[in-house]
Each structure stands twice: as structure tokens, then as C-alpha cells.
Design a protein around this ligand. Sequence first.
Ligand code: OAD
Length: 225
Amino acid sequence: MKIVVLTGAGISAESGLGTFRDQDGLWTKYDLEEVATPEGFVRNPALVHEFYNARRANCLESFPNPAHEALATLERSTQHDLTIVTQNVDNLHERAGATQVIHMHGELMRGLCAACDARWDAPATMLPDDPCPSCAARATRPDVVWFGEIPYHMDRIADLVAASDLFVAIGTSAEVYPAAGLVELARGATLELNLEPSARTNAFDARRFGPATEIVPAWVAELTG
Ligand code: OAD
């Protein structure tokens, strides 16, 4: 079976990475307009780097949890063909052993030059005056997608979802598009796995609620027998 899983911050919550919109979520502590938009970066690049440096540090001290591990197990199973499309900028899917991972909102661990589009492995701390390793311009930024920017790999993701037999959304509030609209492209079965109903829960054929570390391994165990 061709399976596409869309993941959001909820799958990494139990690894100690904050979600965005839950009580105590990142967007209750930080102003999204200041730290996650191109305009905010122009106004105050040091603040934006500080925000992503802190998130990179948090990611580096965290570990994949049983939900990430279950998806990596599913990818290894020969019965199914799994692609993970993630909104997360952390690297916990890869550290759990998954290899077919598409980062639609970019990656914390990569740097991007706004002048020449070069990309490289980001150092733990990025600063506004860091020169680009390719062109030396002082225009380096984390390789993450901000509000107002177009998510990466959208054509490929849309094709994968449309061709899937099963589309599963895990740990996402479905408040942010285009990710929240992917369920509409699915022609096969659809399933939501989340702590609580998302904004789009009624768009799914089926839904299960609970912590990702419990419901994802249970679902994978059912699929792999
Ligand atoms: P949100 O913070 O909006 O939603 C997290 C979802 O995870 C909520 O539906 C929670 O109920 C659920 N959740 C929390 N803890 C969970 C757990 N232990 N197990 C299972 N589910 C749990 O995060 P996203 O939907 O990922 O974009 O947010 C989407 C995008 O908005 C992010 O990629 C980011 C953000 O602003 C950008 O920065 C561009």
C-alpha cells in the first residue's frame, strides 16, 4: 500500500520540542510576525537567528520518540511504501532511521543564503554577520519556510498524496495551509491521529485521539501485523 504521512509539531511534543498553538505553545511566547516572516527578518535578523538558534539547540538535545521510531519501522517494512511529509523543521524522523522524508517547511539544520540560494549544514549558532560559504554575502538565514513564503516540494507532495492509498495526518492542528488542505487531494483512505480533533478533523474518513507515542506505534503495529 502507498502511504503518505503528514506530520506536525505534535509528533515531536513528547520529545520535548514545543508545539506552536497548544497552551504554552511557541506562538504564545513569541510574536510569529517578528520571528517567522521575511519582514520580521529584515527588521531584526538577530532576534530571528536567536529564535532559531534556541530551537536548534532544543532539537540537538532531544531524541526521537516511539512515534518517530514506529514510522521508521513502517518505512522499513516491505509490505508498504511510506513517504513522510513533515511540517517540522527538526530532524527527529531522520534520527529515528526514516529516509523518505520531505521537509515542506525546511530544516533547522540547514543554512540558506538569501543572496545566492546556496545551502549548507548550519552551525549550532547562526549570526546575522556570518558570510555565506559560497558567495560571502552577509545574507545567511536558516533554511526554513516563513509565513508568506511558499513551502518546498509542493508539486511532488501533491502528486504523492493524490497517488496514495492511505493519507494519514499526525500531530498537526491543520491551521496552516497548504499542509492543512492536503487531505482534500487524497483519493484513497484518510486517517487523522492527533491528541485532539484538529480544525480539519471532519475531512478525514477516520480519526484516533491520544498521545502520538501511544497511538502511532499501535497503528503501525496493526498495519505491519
Ligand atoms: P500546532 O502547534 O499548530 O499543532 C500541534 C498539534 O499537535 C495540535 O493539534 C495538538 O493537539 C497536537 N498534539 C500536541 N501534543 C501531542 C501529542 N503528544 N501527540 C499527538 N498530538 C499532539 O503545530 P503544527 O500543526 O505542526 O510553520 O503547525 C503547523 C505550522 O505552523 C508549523 O510547521 C509552523 C507553525 O507556525 C511555520 O513556522 C511556517
